[in-house]
Design a protein around this ligand. Structure first.
Ligand code: ZN
Length: 473
């Protein structure tokens, strides 16, 4: 029974899927005008962890997350780089995929682009005008925020407090074109110098930022979705406006649960991560010298609603934890594969594994309480080590434990299983076998020489009662 904290009601609520066994979730993706920064990664990791937990719990998750590939920042960045908007966005869409892969962020079920949905966006805006929720003004189209009951509820703001700073593009007279300062653009008429425009019933222009998410969530997930997610800075105005547009269009609830992740701070200050503060850290740069699995673990194991402090100390700790989890897995995996492993189940250890699963789920069911889940995982790792040292190990129960352990750790996005990468390690096994043969022949000088040669290449040998195994330093 999963409970989630719903920003709309500000309470933890029992999660009930619209269609049993299926979660339809929409998470706002980045604007692709640069490499993603650590704040974007935090949001992607938070919702990937949530998605993975639903999948672990047996749900099928339809995960839709967009790329905003047309907006002021893109137009400006493309102009500065002297390339087309499309060349710029294609480059950074690819960069997003490259940077999120090592962080074990699963690809979205659908990753729609705003520019590929212009016809649907125009049809949506036409409908909003027909229903009296939107109006055209000199090539722009605005949404009448005050006409939508409860506007601002999500961000727990009163509409009269929202007027200051509510408008965008004030510099070119947008405010004068609006009936009311709280109205927001669903379609923007093209400025004379803009190259990227589409024909519309209101003249050449492009979509307002918020409208794409309403259109694409409806198209790919249906009228009412289960979960809508994003960074807490999106609650107003972005999500507030998505709700107004979508519910004006469909006449029903847009999303049943609203989940928002907290900010990232870098270093010791507690300022919100943003480019303007000068502490803009891109994941692309970070991955040059920070272990991706450690970064993933560090970001996934801070509760998604809490602020996350990115510090060197936190990364160093995360590296140790990842290593410990992988070692625990390797220790038992080694025993399970040995010829002396027992081929019958171990009742006591099975009960232990089941208890870890129950405790893990109890933690995660409580609005994805990763801190408590990590306590369970750490205890589980200890139990794997203890079991691996027993005289007799059940191959069946050992494998069951390994699979359950790997599945739990994978929910937080860390892979404890040996990676099937390009590294061919068969030469190490050959050296280990050669050393065993030398020892058997009592040629200890040769055996020591092999051990030393491997050590020089960063391979450590461990002689155990069950044979020799190796690990990387
Ligand atoms: Zn959005």
């Amino acid at each position: 029974m999963i409970h989630v904290f719903n920003t709309m009601t500000r309470t933890k609520e029992l999660f009930t899927a619209i269609q049993p066994g299926v979660v339809n979730m929409y998470v706002c993706g980045p604007t692709v005008y640069n490499y993603i920064h650590i704040g974007n990664a935090r949001s992607a990791i938070a919702f990937d962890t949530i998605r993975r937990y639903f999948e672990y719990s047996g749900y099928q998750v339809n995960y839709v997350s967009n790329f905003t590939d047309v907006d002021d920042k893109i137009i400006k960045a493309a102009h500065e780089a002297g390339i087309s908007e499309q060349a710029l966005t294609t480059k950074f869409e690819q960069a997003f995929n490259d940077d999120t892969k090592p962080l074990n962020i699963k690809p979205a079920t659908v990753r729609p682009l705003a520019t590929e949905h212009i016809d649907e966006i125009i049809a949506f805006v036409v409908d909003l005008i027909a229903k009296g929720y939107a109006y055209e003004a000199q090539g722009d189209v605005y949404f009448r925020a005050r006409k939508f009951p409860d506007y601002g509820h999500l961000a727990h703001q009163n509409i009269d407090d929202l007027e200051i700073g509510a408008s965008e593009r004030l510099d070119d007279g947008e405010l004068a074109r609006k009936e009311d300062p709280v109205d927001f653009a669903v379609w923007k008429g093209a400025n004379p110098d803009e190259a990227i425009t589409w024909a519309s019933p209101w003249g050449p222009g492009r979509p307002g930022w918020h409208i794409e998410c309403s259109v694409m969530a409806l198209k790919y997930l249906g009228t009412t979705i289960d979960i809508h997610g994003g960074g807490q800075d999106l609650a107003f105005p972005h999500h507030t406006n998505e709700i107004a547009q979508s519910e004006a269009h469909t006449g029903t609830t847009f999303a049943n649960y609203w989940l928002h992740n907290g900010f990232v701070t870098v270093g010791d200050d507690n300022e919100k991560m943003s480019k303007s503060l000068g502490n803009f850290v891109t994941v692309h740069d970070l991955l040059q010298d920070v272990d991706a699995q450690a970064l993933r673990l560090m970001m996934a194991t801070t509760h998604y609603r809490r602020p996350l402090a990115y510090t060197k100390v936190a990364i160093t700790e995360a590296i140790q934890i990842v290593k410990r989890l992988q070692t625990a897995y390797a220790n038992l995996a080694f025993r399970v594969q040995q010829a002396d492993a027992v081929q019958t189940p171990d009742v006591d250890f099975t009960a232990q594994v089941n208890a870890f699963k129950v405790n893990f789920m109890q933690a995660m069911d409580d609005d994805f309480n990763v801190a408590n889940a990590m306590t369970v995982i750490n205890d589980f790792a200890t139990a794997l080590n203890v079991y691996a040292n027993q005289a007799a190990v059940s191959a069946l129960t050992g494998q069951l434990a390994l699979d359950e352990f790997a599945a739990e750790v994978m929910v937080i996005g860390v892979d404890v299983q040996p990676v099937a990468n390009d590294d061919d390690t068969s030469w190490i096994d050959e050296q280990v076998a050669a050393r065993d043969a030398a020892k058997k022949a009592k040629d200890y000088a040769q055996a020591d020489a092999i051990r030393a040669a491997l050590k020089a290449q960063g391979i450590i040998l461990e002689d155990t009662a069950q044979g020799t195994r190796w690990k990387k330093e």
